[in-house]
Design a protein around this ligand. Structure first.
Ligand code: APR
Length: 313
């Protein structure tokens, strides 16, 4: 009997493959790479390819490809990338029609086969898909989070570091709100090892960096013809690792709000503590008036797409 944790990856596409590679390398658990029956052989082949990496890298985690939900039974962590990614010219919201039935199917199976899992949703439009997953499963908010803030913050951090010519290691930057064009880069909490970024970068440069961050996903879709997968996968790995190793990390994640920041019954990116209890706490930081306004605009956009999802029975 394995004593390693079990991690089920729902969707064996681009992000699923990168997730499997990164999780195995860190030996965070045995991995199940799940996809639909039409892609079962593909999932099996990808799993085998990645498992053969073990001989070179020296890890013992197993990676199994499947189209059978029974193989995901009892998973400790579930990471959901099932669905289609964006194509050039599409917004994340354009994916609702395709990805909503998929997320509902995944939620029903997750409820049946993985009732105790900590769930990280990545499928887009993120805030609406994670909302629907929680609503459909009835899982507590501690165990259902969405991955967006870590990725958006990583993009913001990189652009700032490059602009200033400093190491990414010294940049502390956070992006909150919905995972869309209205996301909120929090300049008031953004520092270079404690020095406020607004003291080091001119306003016009900061504005350009914020605009690039907001369009960071679209920039890659335009270049590649499909959406990003390396950084999205590693962002979710950071969240899974925080849970599995009880790290109590403060990470911006899409969390189900129950009055925090003045919002309820909504998933949106906020700073949370992730540890062995899952989402252990939503951290409320002081925001400037302009940031509060941006958050309100972002919440309105998220609410609109959630309303569309709720209306589709
Ligand atoms: N159950 C499991 N897997 C499914 C299901 C389902 N019901 N429906 C589709 N899939 C699988 C597809 O067969 C495909 O292999 O999900 C996989 C998605 O992989 P990619 O098309 O490579 O997409 P990826 O780049 O991994 O992005 C997945 O994450 O960031 C978001 O916008 C992105 O919504 C997209 C998702």
């Amino acid at each position: 009997m394995s004593t390693r944790k079990k991690i089920a990856l729902i969707g064996a596409g681009n992000i699923g493959g990168e997730l499997a590679a990164a999780l195995a390398r860190r030996e965070l658990g045995d991995i199940v790479l799940f996809d639909i029956p039409q892609k079962e052989d593909f999932a099996k082949g990808k799993a085998l390819d990645l498992e053969q990496n073990a001989s070179i890298e020296g890890y013992d985690a197993s990676i199994k490809g499947t189209a059978n939900w029974a193989d995901c039974a009892g998973a400790d962590v579930l990471i959901v990338t099932a669905g289609i990614p964006r194509k050039p010219g599409q917004s994340r919201n354009d994916l609702v029609a395709t990805n909503l039935p998929i997320i509902r199917n995944v939620a029903d199976n997750a409820k049946e086969h993985c009732p105790g899992a900590f769930v990280i949703v990545i499928s887009n439009p993120l805030d609406a898909m994670v909302y629907e997953f929680k609503r459909r499963t009835g899982f507590p908010r501690e165990r259902v989070v969405g991955m967006a803030g870590v990725l958006d913050s990583a993009r913001f951090t990189l652009f700032l570091a490059r602009e200033m010519g400093v190491s990414v290691k010294d940049v502390r930057a956070m992006v909150l709100g919905g995972h869309g064009d209205d996301m909120v880069p929090v300049l008031s909490a953004c520092t270079i090892n404690g020095v406020r970024v607004t003291e080091m970068v001119a306003k016009d440069k900061l504005d350009a960096i914020i605009a690039r961050t907001r369009g960071g996903g679209g920039e890659i879709v335009k270049l590649m013809g499909t959406s990003a997968y390396y950084a999205p996968a590693l962002s979710a790995v950071a969240m899974a690792e925080a849970y599995l190793l009880n790290q109590k990390r403060l990470l911006p994640c899409a969390a189900f709000l129950q009055g925090e920041y003045g919002y309820s019954d909504l998933y949106m990116g906020v700073p949370v503590i992730i540890g062995g209890g899952g989402l252990e706490r939503v951290v409320e930081i002081a925001l400037g008036d302009d940031e509060k306004q941006m958050l309100a605009k972002s919440a309105k956009s998220v609410r609109e797409i959630v309303d569309i999802v709720r209306a589709q029975t």
